[in-house]
Design a protein around this ligand. Structure first.
Ligand SMILES: CC(=O)SCCNC(=O)CCNC(=O)[C@H](O)C(C)(C)COP(=O)(O)OP(=O)(O)OC[C@H]1O[C@@H](n2cnc3c(N)ncnc32)[C@H](O)[C@@H]1OP(=O)(O)O
Length: 193
């Protein structure tokens, strides 16, 4: 159960120490972006629809732009999970890749990405075709993690996304710990892969 009072409400960074200057928080809208792209014949797979890797590249590009804008400097992709392809994308479709910071930790950010397509031959509403969650880590000139401003959710939807991101974060860390522990135990028993 996520404590909704844990969602940042515009309070200053809760962990300031004399050695770590307080970084002012930033609202979600300050770094939200939409990257738009028309899919071409170069983007297709053997079936003639758009290759999943092409969509993933656009997702990573959009998330990277958000992470850089929110953190005020370079940030690298640490993890990409829950990439879901919901509908095929076709040549000529106008793709809109919408990305925002859902959650921030000390040096990492979860970026949520929603991909919608306007069909080249239909005038109906844009259709959601993919979604993904990425962890970006802000880095300094030496590639070492650096602190990020806390994201300040502004709407009920932002607050829901923050709470869901907190659940994913808990699961990611628990999964990583469990796998490290299993490997340690197997190595201790002398088991080889
Ligand atoms: C935009 C691009 O294409 S970049 C190119 C592709 N990406 C890269 O080359 C990145 C290569 N990886 C790296 O440089 C390093 O592993 C880094 C910078 C991501 C992390 O460095 P580490 O020394 O492991 O950092 P550390 O253990 O201190 O973790 C830093 C933060 O990242 C988080 N983190 C690190 N790895 C993961 C992961 N796999 N999943 C989720 N969170 C992670 C940590 O929880 C921590 O978050 P917090 O500070 O908010 O609590």
């Amino acid at each position: 159960m996520i404590d909704s009072s844990a969602v940042p409400q515009g309070r200053p960074d809760p962990l300031p120490t004399p050695a770590v200057p307080v970084i002012p928080g930033k609202p979600t809208s300050a770094s939200r972006i939409t990257l738009s792209h028309i899919m071409s014949a170069h983007d297709t797979n053997l079936l003639g629809t758009v290759h999943g890797g092409v969509v993933m590249k656009l997702v990573d590009d959009a998330a990277g732009a958000v992470a850089g804008r929110h953190s005020g400097g370079p940030a690298v992709t640490g993890a990409m999970d829950e990439m879901a392809f919901l509908e095929p994308v076709r040549v000529g479709d106008l793709l809109h890749v919408k990305a925002q910071v859902n959650w921030t930790g000390k040096t990492s950010m979860e970026i949520g990405v929603r991909v919608v397509a306007e069909r080249w031959n239909e005038s109906g509403p844009a259709k959601q075709v993919a979604s993904a969650y990425l962890v970006f880590v802000a880095v300094d000139a030496d590639g070492q993690p650096r602190r990020v401003p806390q994201v300040l959710p502004e709407t009920d939807r932002d607050r829901r996304r923050w709470q869901e991101a907190q659940i994913r974060r808990t699961h990611r860390l628990a999964r990583r710990r469990a796998i490290v522990e299993l490997r340690r135990e197997r190595a201790a028993e002398g088991l080889e892969d």
